[in-house]
Design a protein around this ligand. Structure first.
Ligand code: C5P
Length: 233
């Protein structure tokens, strides 16, 4: 009797974890190494936040917005090679999404049901064909519960604060700067973990990787190895 060949789709890989654990840079490099696409879901929440700030909608009115209201904001995602380019008001965004003002407001926006509903379909559509590395807070738990490989990245709070401050090639930050940044990160983690919808949690079936003492190349290698081992177990 001939063996039935199972259709194998190329995997979806999820990387979740707290703020500053290095998810996005790691996910981007893992995707590059595997020839997959990379979805930075935090960038989508940041783009909705920036659009609301630019439109001058007062923060206390954000909870009144419906899913359609969120969808009507001038945020668009275009697929460009292996990346998704996020546009706000027709302009492609990069560092504009990471300003202190956006960072200070994004966890509030992300706690609102309308924002999560608005982005769910878009994120799932990005993973439909497989070959995707998606990073965020609820990629493995809610958006792609059936993902073939799930990773949960953690690192010591102080180390995450230090890395954040050194992003973009800065010099070694002073201890009091690190302490201040650690406070900002801890508050965002608290909001992301305590919210009712899609809270930050390690999915039960995720591989836990502590990157505190791993260098970037090692952590990318570890995740690529998990993906390559998948399907051979
Ligand atoms: O990863 P990043 O720091 O860019 O995420 C910004 C914020 O977006 C997070 O603090 C969180 O509030 C929200 N977020 C989320 N769910 C995701 C990704 C990000 O709620 N999947």
């Amino acid at each position: 009797m001939s063996e039935l060949k199972q259709e194998t789709r190329r995997p979806v890989v999820t990387l979740d974890g707290p703020a500053g654990s290095g998810k996005s840079t790691t996910a981007k490099e893992v995707a590059r190494r595997l020839g997959f696409r990379h979805l930075d879901s935090g960038g989508l929440y940041r783009a909705l936040t920036l659009a609301l700030l630019e439109e001058g909608v007062p923060r206390e009115e954000w909870p009144d917005l419906t899913e359609d209201g969120m969808r009507a904001l001038p945020v668009h995602v275009a697929s460009e090679g292996s990346e998704f380019v996020i546009e706000v008001g027709g302009r492609p965004m990069k560092s504009e999404l990471r300003t202190p003002e956006v960072t200070a407001n994004v966890a509030f926006l992300a706690s609102l049901p309308a924002s999560r509903a608005c982005l769910l379909g878009l994120q799932r559509a990005a993973g439909e064909q497989g070959s995707l590395v998606a990073d965020g807070r609820d990629m493995g738990s809610v958006v792609f519960p059936g993902a073939e490989v799930k990773v949960y990245l953690v690192a010591d709070l102080t180390e995450r604060a230090r890395r954040r401050l050194k992003e973009g090639g800065g010099s070694d930050p002073a201890d009091d700067e690190v302490e201040r940044e650690a406070g900002v990160i801890a508050e965002r983690d608290r909001q992301d973990s305590e919210r009712e919808l899609s809270p930050l949690r390690k999915p039960e079936d995720a591989h836990l990787i502590d990157t505190t003492r791993l260098d970037f190349v090692e952590q990318v290698k570890a995740i690529v190895a998990l993906v390559e081992a998948q399907g051979t177990e």
